[in-house]
Ligand binder design. Structure first.
Ligand code: AMP
Ligand code: GLY
Length: 429
């Protein structure tokens, strides 16, 4: 089978790496890919948001399945266009992608279907938004309605900060049209967990749990980022909690999508807060998490292509994938300045030294190849991913590999996986 992976980050490297191992896959293309992906796939110079370019490429090269990594092409309707052209594509259409692309849509759907989430209100008018904040008080969370590259969420501890966030989004339009509306929602406290599953619109196939580390600095300090690391499984998602999430959140969401006549086939990523009063939805994403995907792919023992095809063909109910019982940890190495502007072109040293390490995979995100060397080419540069008998050993292996890699300005968190270790040492409450 000829497969086209759309995207060019660490998530797509992990997907392409896994697909490459399938005896059923004869060719993996990746658009636009990156320097690491070029080792496992043929990278093609078509941007992930160039829907007509992707379609043309797929037609011309006999692509039999397109796998969409990021949210933007989904929102732009890449799945709809491929389907209309008779091509198979893994990922929801524009209508389903609104679960991620419009926070107001997602929250209203949850309200209508009694899916547990924080209370909220949606505003276009800044004065009304500020009045709401004054009424309900802080802490409060202000979110741009649309896609803002992970930057449109502001957790406010102080009413002035909230007013400023409202002005930045609605008045200064810091996020453009994504900020035509704001969602103001309850601040939820608890343990954050990523619940990632495949659905073909009828059946649901939960992947093992994982946890992202969204803040830039150790102990969850500093600004929010796209994700500085992840591990799997997340022990806070106990079997009992898993059952609650399925019954109270996942199945009602699938039902709600069907009732809205949305034929959703792809990944549903449920960002959860496990609060004292039960699991609540922070957000939905219509694609794999990055870097959660890296942590998950190294644990998947079954053939990924079987799962993706079954999902597209609505046969997901037949799938019984096998997962590595061991844990995984992915540590993201980012460039200086991230999550703000970064300098590119810094030489990456030491990659060859980690290649021989057992149970370690280095997934590339923002990298390029220049004069026989790998150089930095983005904010998140690499995702050093390791397996171990438990999260402690997986983290030790990941950090041992990290210590061999270097580039100017390299920054990373030293505590990926620590929440799981703490939770496990405390014992389940
Ligand atoms: P989102 O893109 O909606 O997941 O928001 C990014 C991050 O902001 C989340 O991963 C949380 O850490 C935090 N966050 C979002 N919404 C809330 C909330 N209602 N309460 C507390 N933290 C939140
Ligand atoms: N790692 C969080 C996300 O992909 O949205």
């Amino acid at each position: 089978m000829r497969v086209l992976v759309i995207g060019g980050g660490g998530r797509e490297h992990a997907l392409a790496w896994k697909l490459r191992q399938s005896p059923q896959v004869e060719k993996v293309y990746c658009a636009p890919g990156n320097a690491g992906i070029a080792r496992v796939a043929e990278v093609v110079p078509v941007a992930a948001d160039d829907v007509s370019g992707l379609l043309r490429f797929a037609r011309d090269h006999g692509v039999e399945l397109a796998v969409v990594g990021p949210e933007l092409p989904l929102m732009l309707g890449v799945a709809d266009e491929f389907q209309d052209a008779g091509l198979r594509v893994f990922g929801p259409g524009r209508d389903g992608a609104r679960l991620e692309g419009s926070k107001a849509f997602a929250k209203e759907l949850m309200r209508r279907w009694n899916i547990p989430t924080g209370y909220f209100s949606v505003f276009e008018n800044p004065e009304e938004a500020k009045r709401f904040v004054a009424e309900v008080g802080v802490p409060i969370v202000i979110k741009a309605d649309g896609l803002a590259g992970g930057k449109g969420v502001i957790v406010c501890d102080d009413p002035k900060e909230a007013d400023q966030a409202i002005d930045e989004i609605l008045v200064a339009r810091l996020f453009g049209d994504a900020g035509a509306r704001v969602v103001i929602e309850e601040y939820l406290e608890g343990e954050e967990v990523s619940f990632i599953l495949l659905t073909d619109g009828v059946s649901v196939l939960p992947f093992p749990s994982s946890q992202d580390h969204k803040r830039l600095l150790d102990e969850d300090q500093g600004p929010n980022t796209g994700g500085m690391g992840a591990y799997s499984p997340a022990p806070m998602l106990t079997a009992e909690m898993h059952a609650r999430v399925m019954a109270e959140i996942v199945l009602p969401t699938i039902q709600a999508l069907r009732a809205n006549k949305i034929d959703y086939r792809g990944v549903l990523y449920v960002g959860l807060m496990l609060t004292a009063s039960g699991p609540k939805v922070l957000e939905f994403n219509a694609r794999f998490g990055d870097p959660e995907c890296q942590a998950l792919m190294v644990r998947l023992r079954s053939d990924l292509i079987d799962l993706l095809c079954a999902c597209v063909e609505q046969r997901l109910g037949e799938c019984r994938p096998v997962w590595d019982e061991r844990a995984s940890v992915c540590v993201v190495l980012a460039a200086a300045g991230y999550p703000g502007a970064v300098e590119k072109g810094r030489i990456i040293h030491g990659l060859e030294d980690v290649e021989a390490l057992p149970d370690v995979e280095v997934f590339h995100a923002g990298t390029a190849r220049r004069q026989q060397q790998y150089v930095t080419n983005g904010g998140r540069v690499l995702g050093v991913t390791a397996r171990g008998t438990d999260v402690t050993q997986a983290a030790e292996r990941a950090y041992a590999a990290v210590s061999k890699i270097h580039f100017d300005g390299m920054q990373y968190r030293r505590d990926i996986g620590r929440r799981a270790m703490r939770w496990l040492s405390k014992g389940a409450p």
